[in-house]
Design a protein around this ligand. Structure first.
Ligand code: UD1
Length: 315
């Protein structure tokens, strides 16, 4: 069994990777600055939580001691946040990744990097294949892409075993719903539960390849334990495509009442449609999703309901 470091392991995706690692019998160390992550996401899990930043090389080196690989999830993921503050986005997403790669190179261990479908930008072709040219549309997308290219360069120049997984709109339990930057499923679930109005940016026909978080965690483990050549880039997604209007329909079915909506202007830097071709991950990793869209939305809604009811009981 292995011992792995998860940067951003107290965050949404990172904490699910921690769970998946533990379930597979691995040991887990987490490095998280708790800026977006929450210690409670790891509550009850036997993980070593180190509070600190990926921008601190000494801390990183200590965290890498004795581990067999790094899942690099620490990032500031939001597109609109990066439009407001491109410098911080680049510092954490690109320079932070450089620091992780440098530390992994010194330790000689594999890095599985949380890449982003935002690399594809708004190219018309669907589904997106890994060999399509990159066309980032936002500072966040450019920074995540820089991180991805650094993973490839470290493989080429230093022989570091790196794998890039391009995530497509990950959703599920523990995704933060409390910020205007939160993912659309998290925000719409909360509105569906408390009866408030949702904000639909544009006409709501824009669509995404929503991917349930436990599938993403499983894909990460497959990538870590694979013998893929360094620098491999793989899409990781559910492989379907659902519009926001379809999402609202599913949620309305689950809560049994209409969800009031207000249309706003489309978001700057927004991608109209997004869907992955997942055949490469299927061929090279044997990856297949286990949780479909509607099942995932139901589990996610149930989780937010439990959180809300738990909070109400504790008041
Ligand atoms: C997502 C990722 C981002 C990644 C990008 C790749 C999340 C949270 N973000 O961004 O990290 O870089 O994919 O393309 O998964 N919307 C509303 N109302 C709301 C919130 C959002 O209508 O209250 C709309 C947005 O304008 C957008 C769509 O829903 O059209 C999806 O937004 P969001 O969940 O923020 O994800 P992406 O922008 O696709």
């Amino acid at each position: 069994m292995g011992r792995y470091l998860i940067t951003g392991g107290a965050g949404f995706v990172g904490s699910h990777i921690a769970e998946a690692c533990l379930a597979a019998g691995h040991e887990v160390r987490v490095l998280d600055d708790l800026s977006l992550g929450l210690a409670e996401n790891l509550a009850g899990l036997p993980v070593e939580l180190v509070e600190g930043s990926i921008l601190d090389p000494a801390r990183l080196a200590r965290c890498l001691a004795g581990v067999d690989g790094v899942f690099h999830e620490a990032a500031i993921p939001s597109v609109p946040r990066s439009v407001e503050d491109p410098v911080t986005s680049f510092e954490v997403n690109a320079t932070g990744t450089l620091q992780v790669l440098q530390a992994a190179r010194q330790a000689g261990v594999r890095v599985v990097y949380a890449g982003s479908s935002s690399a594809y930008g708004d190219s018309e072709t669907l589904p997106k294949r890994e060999d399509m040219p990159a066309r980032p549309l936002s500072p966040c997308a450019a920074a995540k892409l820089a991180g991805e290219q650094l993973c490839q360069v470290f493989a080429r120049v230093y022989g570091l075993p790196t794998v890039v997984l391009r995530y497509f709109n990950v959703f599920g339990p523990r995704q933060r719903a409390d910020s205007p930057y939160s993912g659309v499923i998290a925000r719409f679930c909360m509105a569906a539960l408390d009866g408030s109005e949702v904000r639909v940016d544009g006409d709501g026909e824009q669509s995404r390849d929503f991917t349930y978080v436990s599938d993403v965690a499983r894909g990460n483990l497959l990538a870590m334990t694979s013998d893929l050549p360094g620098g491999t880039v793989l899409n990781l997604s559910g492989g379907g495509r659902y519009s926001l209007l379809r999402l609202l329909e599913v949620l309305e079915g689950l809560v049994g009442r209409p969800i009031p909506r207000r249309h706003a202007a489309p978001r700057p830097g927004d991608v109209r449609h997004s869907q992955a071709d997942v055949s490469r991950a299927r061929e090279l990793l044997g990856f297949a999703t286990e949780v479909g869209f509607e099942e995932g939305v139901r589990s996610t809604l149930d989780w937010y309901r439990e959180q809300r009811d738990g909070a109400a009981t504790n008041d």
